[in-house]
Write a protein that binds this ligand. Structure first.
Ligand code: FAD
Length: 329
């Protein structure tokens, strides 16, 4: 039997999370190195369209559990479904997004299957000799990259943050198989019930923003974000931040970019008053174009910037904003 590289496709209310497609792109590379197959898991209610979409992103086969018990995410029901599929089909590798859902689910699955789990990996490759999965992630405060192996247990499991790997091309003509499976769990066996749902007023879509304007300690205080927001809005982008300013309480954690924040991959990343510590860089260095504004010509951010402006952000940004406004009018 060919080794199976699996991707858990995360969906909510009929919409797949793009990290699942990014993982299918990486799964294809891993499967090629193993002469194996790329397969996806789709769980939920009314999810057949998502199963079909998984094929367009590279799944050769999709195991689908379509059941009203899976209408909304609960650890107990989703873990039950994935564990059952793993026990039946014995995949070699199982990848999940390092999202709130993926992180919650991965730990339960790994524990039940008595296998290892590497969280928040930044690199995945197959060892050409042993055919084991080499899972790379920052360790010891980001100062070293650790290569982690799980040689004795299967599946080898990883969670990967959104935007770590590029989105593969969608191919509507690709053919694949959908295998329907039963959950084998009824609602009255489930202990957790959802009694209500209060959506957030505004969700920050930092990972998938085309433009991110980030601020660091160089802003001098929380009011500096007003300027950044003005620039971000003009460019249809989002505001981001370094950890220093999140820790200082100038902005919420959901805006943090970096090792312990979000990974972004925008077309343009504008770093304002950010020194460019390694823990920040790992979250943004894959941006297409990096622009840095910093008063210190020696700031490490300039080493990865495509365009560096040595200057005070309070002088540079207002001029930039004025120039963009003029261009737009
Ligand atoms: P600073 O390093 O203080 O830099 C401020 C910069 O602003 C300086 O370069 C200065 O020259 C410049 N400046 C000052 N005034 C102006 C001005 N008027 N105009 C323009 N420039 C100006 N950090 C993250 O960002 N994300 C993470 O996820 C993260 N995770 C971490 C995890 C661990 C385990 C550890 C140990 C650290 C982590 N850090 C993270 C912290 C990281 O090491 C740095 O401390 C942090 O990124 C520094 O933030 P900063 O660049 O805003 O501040």
């Amino acid at each position: 039997m060919k080794p199976k590289v699996w991707v858990f496709v995360e969906q909510e209310e009929g919409k797949a999370h793009p990290v699942s497609w990014e993982l299918l792109g990486k799964a294809r590379e891993l499967a090629e190195a193993l002469s194996g197959e790329v397969e996806a898991l789709v769980l939920g209610q009314g999810v057949e369209l998502i199963a079909k979409e998984a094929i367009t992103y590279g799944a050769e086969r999709v195991y689908m559990i379509d059941d009203p018990v899976l209408e909304y995410y609960r650890n107990e029901t989703y873990a039950h479904g994935v564990i059952k599929l793993c026990e039946k089909y014995r995949p070699e590798i199982l990848l999940l997004g390092a999202t709130t859902m993926g992180r919650d689910l991965a730990g339960s699955i790994a524990t039940a299957l008595e296998t290892g789990l590497t969280a928040d990996v930044t690199g995945l490759e197959i060892d050409p000799e042993t055919k084991n999965l080499i899972m790379t992630r920052p360790a010891f405060g980001g100062n070293i990259m650790a290569s982690i192996l799980c040689p004795d247990h299967r599946p080898q499991m990883s969670t990967v943050r959104p935007r770590t790997f590029p989105l593969p091309e969608k191919d509507e003509t690709r053919q694949g198989e959908i295998v329907r499976e039963d959950l084998g769990l009824s609602e009255n066996e489930v202990k957790v019930k959802r009694v209500g749902f209060i959506p957030k007023e505004k969700t920050v879509n930092l990972e998938y923003a085309d433009v991110v304007v980030s601020g660091g300690r160089g802003l001098g205080g929380p009011e500096g974000f007003k300027l950044l927001r003005e620039l971000a809005e003009l460019l249809d982008g989002e505001v981001g931040a370094s950890r220093a300013v999140v820790d200082a309480g100038w902005i919420d954690y959901e805006y943090q970019v970096g090792q312990t924040g979000k990974t972004v991959r925008p077309r343009v990343y504008i770093a304002c008053g950010i020194s460019g510590a390694i823990q920040h860089r790992v979250g943004m260095q894959n941006s297409d174009l990096i622009i840095a504004v910093n008063t210190d010509p020696e700031a490490p951010i300039f080493r990865i910037a495509d365009l560096g402006i040595v200057g005070d952000l309070y002088e540079v940004l207002p001029e930039l904003i004025e120039a963009i406004k003029k261009e737009k009018s």
